[in-house]
Design a binder for this molecule. Structure first.
Ligand SMILES: *Cc1c(COP(=O)(O)O)cnc(C)c1O
Length: 383
């Protein structure tokens, strides 16, 4: 049996590079609470993302949860159910009501044509998701939000490093959250960040992630603890040095997949978006009318020690914890895609031979190649 291939594999710097980076910590004994590594990492990220403000967090989820809290919202938030648990939970854990908008069937982001009809006098914000690194229709979302005076908080967990017409995706909406989880394109082991325009949010976020402490003897907010520590920041400093190369390697993997699966009937891939420089975060494949369905393909791969993921399935609106609360029939496209999508293994160091092997299994070439081997053997015996 071949060695297992997981859906992803964390990018890591060389061992020596990381140990060199953390050496200072044995001198300073400053392990967390916005130390030197934290400051350095913040500065390099600001430059890389070309944005004015950033606040680092211990993970992406708390970054999103704290941002929603910092904006002091009440009422309803329009979002999509075709996402990771985090997006919906962050809204609900802030005492807000998620209102689910359907996705579009081209790139699986929020369907801006359906968004406006869901706005009520209780709507306070929109939390769209840049799914798989596909970019939402940021211009149209901006227009609608302006018209109704709504906040926009992007779940950009999948979109680190993506640019649109040369502009970093970090520049849209009131705020965007990135996840630096081990499974993401860019990681700090666990980690996350929020980027935003207003200086005011900077102060609040800084306090909220540190118990609401605003001075040695003053606590102004009911904050929590969501600080990024120095070891995480050091990992980020190292990984950021290699990010462009990592994305290039992912691109080669994706190109091979597209070459092999791009023109197969019943297999639907996401078309590249115009003007968008992708980070190749995920490789979703929708099996719709193919000879095998999504679950069968998933099992076939598993039997060969290859672990694709049904990402995103189930929809967040159908989680047990939300039972009876939302109607999945109101987002029919999200439901349809969730039942048919499989994200295939994708990481920088995934060998192209492995991509071929995965594609062979999906395309059922095994049997074909056995047959051609038999044919070859038969023709040899004829000689
Ligand atoms: C990973 C992810 C998150 C949460 O980020 P963590 O860093 O794991 O907390 C939120 N939303 C989406 C869409 C994600 O994929």
């Amino acid at each position: 049996m071949n060695k297992p291939i997981q859906v992803t594999r964390s990018s890591m710097p060389d061992f020596e590079e990381y140990t060199e980076e953390i050496k200072d910590l044995w001198e300073s004994h400053w392990l967390t609470n916005m130390g030197a590594k934290h400051k350095q990492f913040e500065a390099t990220l600001l430059k890389y993302l070309n944005i004015p403000n950033i606040t680092l967090f211990t993970n992406g989820h708390l970054a999103l949860e704290c941002t929603i809290a910092a904006l002091n919202l009440t009422g309803e938030v329009i979002t999509t159910p075709f996402t990771f648990a985090s997006t919906t939970h962050a809204i609900v854990r802030n005492g807000l009501e998620p209102v689910f908008c359907d996705i579009n069937s081209d790139d699986y982001t929020i369907d801006v044509d359906k968004l406006e009809s869901l706005i009520t006098d209780k709507t306070c914000a929109i939390v769209p998701v840049h799914v798989y690194g596909n970019i939402c229709n940021v211009k149209e979302i901006e227009r609608i939000a302006r018209k109704y005076d709504l906040k926009i908080i992007y779940d950009a967990a999948h979109a680190f490093g993506v640019t649109v017409d040369g502009v970093s995706i970090a520049n849209f909406g009131d705020a965007s959250m990135f996840s630096f989880h081990a499974t993401k394109v860019f990681n700090t082991i666990e980690g996350g960040a929020v980027v935003y325009k207003g200086e005011k949010l900077a102060e609040i976020l800084y306090d909220i992630k540190n118990f609401g402490i605003t001075g040695p003897e003053s606590v102004e907010y009911v904050g929590g603890n969501a600080k990024m520590n120095e070891f995480q920041a050091a990992m980020g400093i190292c990984n950021l040095r290699h990010i462009d190369g990592e994305i290039e390697k992912r691109k080669a993997v994706v190109e091979r997949y597209v070459e092999r699966l791009g023109s197969i009937k019943g297999i639907k891939l996401v078309r590249p978006q115009t003007g968008v420089n992708s980070n190749y975060a995920y490789f979703p494949v929708v099996f719709d009318g193919y000879k095998l369905n999504r679950d069968e393909i998933s099992e076939k791969l598993k039997a060969e020690n290859i672990f694709a993921r049904k990402y995103f399935y189930p929809l967040t609106s159908s989680f047990e914890c939300y039972k009876g609360r939302f109607d999945v029939e109101k987002t029919p496209i999200a439901k349809y895609i969730a039942e048919r999508v499989l994200t295939l293994p994708l990481y920088a160091d995934l060998a192209l031979e492995d991509v071929d092997r995965i594609c062979d299994i999906i395309l059922n070439y095994n049997r074909a190649s056995n047959e051609s081997n038999l044919e070859a053997a038969a023709s040899l015996s004829r000689i």
